[in-house]
Write a new protein. Structure first.
Length: 101
């Protein structure tokens, strides 16, 4: 049971990571004019990715200083996910498994 919860949390983090990367890619492709935002499919995918990632990115973006047109909030979120949250979850679940929870 505990291992299943751990795997589910890692899966959710992995899915969010991919959504964040795809959101950055779509943002760049839209900004350079490669994708047409008037296309319903492109708009729908970009809108879904934005709705998934923006609740996490907005507070981080507000904490970071303005760097012109460059947005470093996705990078900060990815670093926190991969180097703080995932190892923290690993340590937590190892501790819980060792204590027989």
């Amino acid at each position: 049971m505990l291992f299943d919860i751990y795997r589910l949390l890692l899966l959710l983090i992995n899915l969010f990571t991919w959504a964040l990367l795809l959101s950055c890619l779509f943002s760049m492709l839209l900004a350079f004019g490669i994708l047409d935002p008037r296309n319903n499919v492109v708009y729908g995918v970009a809108n879904i990715l934005n709705r998934i990632t923006e609740p996490v990115l907005a507070p981080v973006r507000n904490m970071l200083p303005q760097m012109g047109a460059v947005d470093f909030s996705p990078l900060v979120v990815l670093l926190v996910l991969q180097y703080i949250l995932v190892p923290g979850l690993q340590r937590l679940f190892v501790m819980l498994a060792m204590h027989g929870a």
